[in-house]
Design a protein around this ligand. Structure first.
Ligand SMILES: Cc1cc2nc3c(=O)[nH]c(=O)nc-3n(C[C@H](O)[C@H](O)[C@H](O)COP(=O)(O)OP(=O)(O)OC[C@H]3O[C@@H](n4cnc5c(N)ncnc54)[C@H](O)[C@@H]3O)c2cc1C
Length: 363
């Protein structure tokens, strides 16, 4: 275990923000994770578990304890199991790159994660918020997650139903927040199965890219490859893939979650909107008995259009939900996030929740 001191955190995050970690360690095995946690316990250090840094905001002051970066399986840590006639399974170390896993699955023509192409970060980060895009979630294919309990150093395996997945949600974000280190993840995919195209935006784009009739005529494995290609193109157009040359991609992806409203709350939202003299329709999607409203629409209609800039932070010029670092500080970014939250609350009476984890300095 190589413990380093005063390591700037900004290079380890996609937002390129955050001061130094008092201590920093990269763990490439379970044994190293155990050693690091034991060391932190002996010295009374708070620990923050980091993956690819694509969903975190560190403070400008940094982190006064140990940042434990999980790198298990980063190199060659993805096992693609053919499943011997049954459904294929993929087992990957938590530190493996998520999109490398997706690329490998798609290359084999397996269905289940193609809509999650281009999502940055590690495999171990995906169950934390149940990563999702274009109507697909990691919960759809996840079989089990192996974890290490940070307090007892005992191993524990969770099945998908035990993970208590929801929309950008899991037990790891709620009752077990900060309790476990994810060590590895197993997914079960499908062969010869047409991919689900639940979002009209994606379905239309796939049909455009593939040409007329392509969706009906193509073999499922070819459609899976077409979906990945299309998702990557759609995401690039929104600066939702990492690209050092693209200033709009210096983000943590969507900063706010889409609010899910009861029918009564949605009716109240419509009443407020129309009371202001507006006649346009509020976009919404069914979510069980409730209604999901695009947070991007709420943000844009509360005075924060794409390209809005305030201090060293701004709203992406290509996606109203992504807040971008324009050479500023974490304080700039969080001030903008708070201003947007307050603006949406004042205009629509809805409190937007942050999607990334804001790492508070423990007191
Ligand atoms: C450009 C861009 C686009 C994005 N698009 C999407 C999208 O379409 N859909 C979506 O859902 N998300 C999206 N995200 C958010 C992000 O990529 C995902 O949430 C990703 O899964 C985070 O993984 P990570 O390894 O980077 O985690 P980190 O950012 O390092 O950590 C995020 C959280 O997970 C915890 N964590 C990470 N690894 C472990 C581990 N091994 N054990 C225990 N806890 C751990 C951390 O403590 C923290 O709480 C996007 C981000 C960016 C920058």
């Amino acid at each position: 275990m190589k413990l380093r001191e005063n390591v700037p955190l900004a290079p380890y995050t996609t937002l390129a923000l955050g001061g130094p970690a008092r201590y920093f360690v990269e763990c490439t095995s379970e044994a190293e994770v155990r050693e690091a946690l034991a060391h932190a316990g002996e010295h009374g250090l708070p620990v923050f578990v980091l993956g690819g840094g694509s969903n975190v905001v560190f403070a400008d002051e940094g982190f006064p304890g140990l940042v434990l970066r999980v790198a298990i399986g980063r190199d060659e840590g993805i096992a693609f199991g053919e499943g011997d006639g049954a459904a294929p399974e993929i087992r990957a170390g938590a530190g493996a790159d998520w999109d490398t896993l997706v690329r490998g699955a798609v290359a084999r023509g397996w269905t289940g994660v193609e809509c999650l192409s281009g999502v940055p970060g590690t495999v171990g980060g995906t169950p934390i918020q149940n990563v999702g895009a274009y109507g697909q979630e990691v919960a759809d294919s996840l079989v089990r997650v192996t974890c290490l309990d940070r307090a007892t150093l005992e191993r524990r395996t969770f099945t998908a139903s035990e993970c208590e997945f929801g929309y950008r949600d899991s037990r790891f974000k709620r009752r077990d927040r900060g309790r476990y280190v994810v060590l590895d993840v197993t997914l079960r995919l499908a062969r010869d199965t047409p991919p689900p195209l639940r979002y009209p935006e994606l379905r239309d784009a796939v049909a455009r890219v593939g040409g007329p009739g392509s969706l009906d005529a193509a073999a499922p494995a070819d459609t899976v490859r077409l979906v990945r290609q299309t998702v990557l193109a759609l995401r690039r157009a929104k600066s939702m893939v990492l690209d050092p040359a693209d200033p709009n991609a210096c983000s943590a992806g969507s900063f706010f979650m889409n609010p899910v409203l009861s029918a009564a709350a949605f009716a109240e939202l419509e009443r407020r909107w129309k009371a202001g003299g507006e006649t346009g329709v509020i976009p919404s999607f069914p979510a069980g008995d409730a209604v999901k409203v695009p947070a991007a629409w709420l943000v844009e209609h509360s005075g924060f259009p794409k390209g809005y800039r305030r201090g060293g932070a701004g709203v992406s010029a290509r996606h109203a939900l992504a807040l971008v670092n324009l050479g500023g500080t974490s304080a700039d970014l969080l001030a903008l996030a708070q201003a947007i939250q307050a603006g949406v609350q004042a205009r629509f009476g809805i409190r937007l929740e942050y999607e990334p984890e804001v790492v508070r300095v423990p007191t």
